[in-house]
Each structure stands twice: as structure tokens, then as C-alpha cells.
Design a protein around this ligand. Structure first.
Ligand code: PMT
Length: 441
């Protein structure tokens, strides 16, 4: 089964007293739906907006709203002890002021002062309160101390005004949390009007001590080839194929979401670069090979999803071919391109865990197994390219994965994004097993 984005994460959600507290119910639900275990701490004022019973029903845990209360045996000092993240949403102007000065007069402020994990603040308030120098200075102080601030957005405010100060929407806060826990923090949440609101910094810059636990892809460098190559015939014409790049880009996107350091070496496609992915553009098979050679030395995993042209012209024409001159038949002399994934599979030094694809239209299993052996791969993902609903240039795919000992798994027809999620999960797990087995030898 696919791992959820926040699987095994423990998040403490602090709710302070603003109308945006109702949005925190939705945030809480979304965190849980994505695998997180959530505990909620509320200020007494927050309980006037949303009752603790609502959060208790969502989290299946007692809610802490009083410093004299032990919720399920855990007190306000200990509640963040084994948490990955403490998210305060909404964080009112009053609470920010207390966090900045170290006041501990309710369950949330006390838990923040005693926090053992990184703290994310999602401020929500009236514009004038937000732009007041006192609040700006408090936010600056908090950021300098390593608190993560999710800048509020513009919109209708509870007081009837329109302006900056509305708590960031739940999807943005959720993405921010996922990115933070996956070591990716380059998120565009800066509010230009508030120059004191800093961009989030990297986890390493935290002054708080608890290290963020790693997601399962973190620390792993993955190189992926994707899309077609184009081999020039003359200045106007190329030899290419029908690969759109969708499968390879989906793999890059999912690998980055899992926290891996991803380099995508791409032939010509129409696709946008996935977030947090480094992309190297190439056109020909020879350029793709050079790019792979430049990257593979540092890679832990290499995935060859590109549909690399097997042949190129020995000598492409410098000027456009004229059919009046070439006549009825045209003979082109082609030479074989070096096999990129086979080059990587046969590396003696710094060989990464190597995964190829097999695009087949007949003799599926035999062909895939033969390529696995000949190219010295750890895994090969075989897909049927004779069916236009899957394989080349479609949104869906279906595949069987082979390893040296036979079939590893099969995926029925599903979206390429879904398959990429399952495949990356499998590839990272197999890579880790392989590494452990090698270390034992
Ligand atoms: O891009 P999409 O439209 O989403 O389509 C996805 C896909 C069908 C292209 C993809 O899922 C896929 O099957 N990619 C491999 C295509 C291919 O070239 O297969 P092959 O069986 O010819 O090659 C086997 C393996 O050798 C592949 O990993 C390929 O990248 C690699 N190869 C081939 C030739 C070469 N000169 N160098 C290589 O590295």
C-alpha cells in the first residue's frame, strides 16, 4: 500500500482564540487522513469558538485546554516530547506576543515555551493588528528564534474588513507541513506587504533542538531519465518516438515528495518541472548519456524511464534534405547509440541501485527478463506499449516489475502518478534492502 504523506508523524495542533479556529478542524482532519497522529491543545478562548469535543472526536484523543489537566496522562510540558511538529493554527496577535516574550499562562503558551520540537505558526488577525509594529516585531523575534511562520493571506476578515491577516488556507498549511517534514522548505509564502515576515529557513537553521525525523526518501539521491530523445536527420527533421515524459516526470515528482534529492534528465517534453526537482534538459541520446555520466557518481538510485533512440545518423545533414534531390528512396546510415542504463548497470565503481523500464509489444516477460540480465539491472518495470490506453503518451499505465528472482509485483491499470507513488515506494524499499544485504557481506 502507498505510504501516506504524514505516515508515522506525530503532530501537536495548538489552537488559539480566533474565528479561524473553525478551519483548524479541517486541518486536523486532513492531517489525520494523511496518516498523522494528532493531539490538540487549546487556549480557553479557543474553546469559545470550537469545542474541545469536536477535536476529541476528530483525533480520538482527549484535548488539553487547561494547564491543570493531564490529557490521557500527558501534561502540557510533555505533550510535544515525542512530536515531530507543533503547529499553532490560528496563532492570534495576543498569542504571538506571549510566545515572543515567553509568557506561559495557558495550555498553548505553556506547551510552546516547553516545546521539544519545531514550532510552526499560522497567524490570523485583523490587518491593523498584523501591521502594528508590535506584532511585526514579535513575528520577527519568533522567526529569529527558529519558529516557522506561515504568512497570512489577503481576504475577507472576521471583523468585516478586507485585507491581509486571514489565516492561510488549509491546503497551503498542509503542504507547508508536508514540505517541512520532507526537508523541503522553499515555499512561496512570503507576504510582500509584511517585510518583517521572513521566508521559512531550512530545518538546520532551527534554534530548537529536536531534529526533524527523516522521511523514507530523505538522504537518497535519485537520477531519473525521462521523455524521448531526438536524433537529428537534418536541420528540420529528427528521429524520435512517442514518449511524452509523463511516467518519468511522475516518478520524479513522487520521489521528491518522499524527500529524495532528485535529478531529472529529460529529453524534449511539454511538461513542467515538478517541485523540488533539479532538471537537466537534453535532446539527443549522446547528450543524455553525458548528463547521466555527470550525475550518476553521486546517485544512490538510477531509473531509466526515457525512451532513448536506439540509433542515430552517422552524419546528420548540415542542410535540409530536398526530395527533388533524394528521389524515390532515401537511405539513411544509422549507428547504434550506447545503451545508457546498461552503462550504469555495468559500472564497477559507485554503481547505484539501477532500475530500467522495458517497453514491450510482444513476448513481454521473456523480453523484460532478457533486458534485466543483459543490462545488469536490479529491477525492470515492464509496460505494454501496444495498448494506446497505457504506455506511451497516455495518462495511465500498467506494469509488471521483475527482479533477478522473478516477478516482484504487478500493477493493474492506474494513473501514472499513482503508479509512480507505488513504484517509488517499492524502489526505495528494495534499494534499502539491497544496501543492508551488501553491508552484511
Ligand atoms: O513518457 P511516457 O509517454 O509517459 O511513456 C512512458 C514510457 C512508455 C516511455 C516508459 O514507461 C517506458 O517504458 N520507458 C522505457 C522506454 C524504452 O526505451 O524501453 P526499451 O525497452 O527500449 O529500453 C529498455 C531500457 O533501456 C529502458 O530503461 C531505456 O531507458 C534504456 N535504454 C534504451 C536504449 C538506450 N540507448 N539507452 C537506454 O538507457
Amino acid at each position: 500500500m502507498s505510504q501516506l504523506l504524514l505516515q508515522n508523524r506525530k503532530i501537536v495542533l495548538g489552537v488559539t482564540g480566533g474565528i479561524a479556529a473553525y478551519k483548524s478542524c479541517e486541518l486536523c482532519r486532513k492531517l489525520i487522513k494523511n496518516g498523522a497522529e494528532v493531539r490538540v491543545v487549546m487556549t480557553e478562548t479557543a474553546t469559545k469558538f470550537v469545542t474541545p469535543a469536536t477535536f476529541a472526536a476528530l483525533t480520538h484523543h482527549e484535548v488539553m485546554s487547561d494547564v491543570f489537566q493531564d490529557a490521557e496522562g500527558i501534561d502540557h510540558i510533555a505533550i510535544t516530547n515525542d512530536a515531530d511538529l507543533f503547529v499553532i493554527a490560528p496563532a492570534t496577535a495576543n498569542s504571538l506576543a506571549k510566545f515572543a516574550t515567553g509568557i506561559a499562562d495557558n495550555a498553548v503558551t505553556t506547551a510552546v515555551l516547553a516545546s521539544a520540537c519545531p514550532v510552526v505558526l499560522a497567524p490570523a488577525m485583523n490587518s491593523r493588528m498584523l501591521l502594528n509594529p508590535a506584532t511585526k516585531s514579535n513575528i520577527k523575534t519568533l522567526q529569529e528564534r527558529g519558529f516557522y511562520i506561515i504568512a497570512p493571506e489577503e481576504g475577507d476578515l472576521a471583523c468585516g474588513d478586507k485585507g491581509l491577516g486571514r489565516m492561510r488556507n488549509v491546503d497551503d498549511i498542509f503542504s507547508y507541513i508536508c514540505a517541512l517534514l520532507n526537508d523541503h522548505i522553499a515555499l512561496p509564502y512570503q507576504a510582500p506587504e509584511l517585510s518583517c515576515l521572513p521566508s521559512p529557513t531550512t530545518p538546520a537553521a532551527l534554534t530548537q533542538t529536536k531534529l526533524l525525523p527523516k522521511s523514507h526518501g530523505a538522504g537518497i539521491k535519485i537520477v531519473i531519465t525521462a521523455g524521448p530523445t531526438q536524433e537529428p536527420i537534418d536541420p528540420a527533421r529528427v528521429i524520435t518516438n512517442r514518449s511524452s515524459g509523463k511516467m518519468g516526470y511522475a516518478l520524479a515528482q513522487m520521489a521528491a515528495t518522499m524527500g529524495a534529492d532528485v535529478t531529472l534528465i529529460s529529453g524534449p517534453t511539454q511538461l513542467a518541472t515538478p517541485n523540488n526537482v533539479k532538471r537537466i534538459n537534453v535532446t539527443t541520446a549522446e547528450q543524455m548519456l553525458d548528463a547521466v555520466k555527470s550525475q550518476v557518481g553521486q546517485a544512490h538510485i538510477m531509473i531509466g524511464c526515457a525512451a532513448v533512440a536506439d540509433y542515430r545518423l552517422i552524419e546528420p545533414m548540415q542542410t535540409k534534405l530536398k526530395k527533388e534531390e533524394t528521389g524515390e528512396f532515401l537511405n539513411l546510415q544509422l549507428v547504434k547509440n550506447e545503451d545508457i542504463i546498461s552503462y550504469v548497470g555495468h559500472l564497477v565503481e559507485n554503481r547505484p541501485f539501477t532500475v530500467g523500464f522495458a517497453a514491450e509489444s510482444n513476448n513481454f516477460e521473456a523480453n523484460a527478463r532478457e533486458k534485466l540480465t543483459r543490462k545488469n539491472l536490479d529491477l525492470i518495470v515492464m509496460n505494454d506499449i501496444s495498448d494506446p490506453a497505457i504506455g506511451f503518451n497516455s495518462n495511465d499505465n500498467a506494469a509488471t516489475v521483475f527482479g533477478p528472482n522473478g516477478i516482484v509485483t504487478s500493477f493493474g491499470k492506474m494513473s501514472k502518478i499513482k503508479m509512480a507513488d507505488l513504484l517509488m515506494e517499492l524502489i526505495i524499499a528494495e534499494y534499502k534492502d539491497h544496501k543492508t544485504a551488501k553491508a552484511k557481506k
